[in-house]
Design a protein around this ligand. Sequence first.
Ligand code: URA
Length: 275
Amino acid sequence: MKNTMRLDKMLGNLGYGTRSGIKALVRQGGVTVNGERAKDPGMQVDPGRDIVVLDGETVRYRDTVYVLLHKPAGVVSATEDSRDRTVLDLLDPELAVFSPFPVGRLDKDTEGLLLLTNDGKLSHDLLSPRKHVPKTYRAIVTGEVGETEAEAFRRGVELDDGYVTMPAQLRVLAVSAPEEAPSHPEMAEPVARMARGRLRDAESNAVSWIELTIHEGKFHQVKRMFESVGQQVLYLRRVSMGPLELDPSLAPGESRELTESEIDSLRQYRKEEPN
Ligand code: URA
């Protein structure tokens, strides 16, 4: 992973003016890098290591980033992979330069909210099994899901490895015949994006559009919970994690930095959780 970026870009990101203003400043000799006068505004600097001084003032580059990504299907929640594209490949280089990593994982075929940060402490706290950070998913699943499944999930279901899940909240948002799902207002978009083939192969006489909130994060948890009640997840999207919600203005593959209040809400949340 590349750890360097253009000097003018680094200063621009920090709000030291427009790219052209910064270029002019550098050319006038107003910037030094590690004690040497910078001549080329496009020179590569490592924001974590190089000491950049502008008009006599050392530039403090922030060292943590918090990124909200709308993960698309088809990319893996990892920082490197020999076969597949990773979520890091989707970030702007000026964010990727901080080497953020995903807070938890979504399966390759799962879409939705993924937080990336290089704040190891926060990541650790959010993932700690003791914190029970709620994660809400929307899914298309086979069958007519209803009160029986909701009650089973409330009580906890036994997964294929014998683990019994913590109470989870299931809401059924819509039920339709599989052939009607593509034109259903809620299901149309996910079906168009990825579930059509699965819908054809599912051999089910109904499909349900559901919302499930879980308070833990076992491997393939949502899929395995539905398997435990005899249903199959055809499409899965995470819509929230703790206080963070998937930003509807982000298309799959797009990301943005968290706002100050979102970062605060995570810290706040952390303090509120029992230890
Ligand atoms: N549960 C799953 O089964 N898959 C995910 O990607 C997330 C939760």
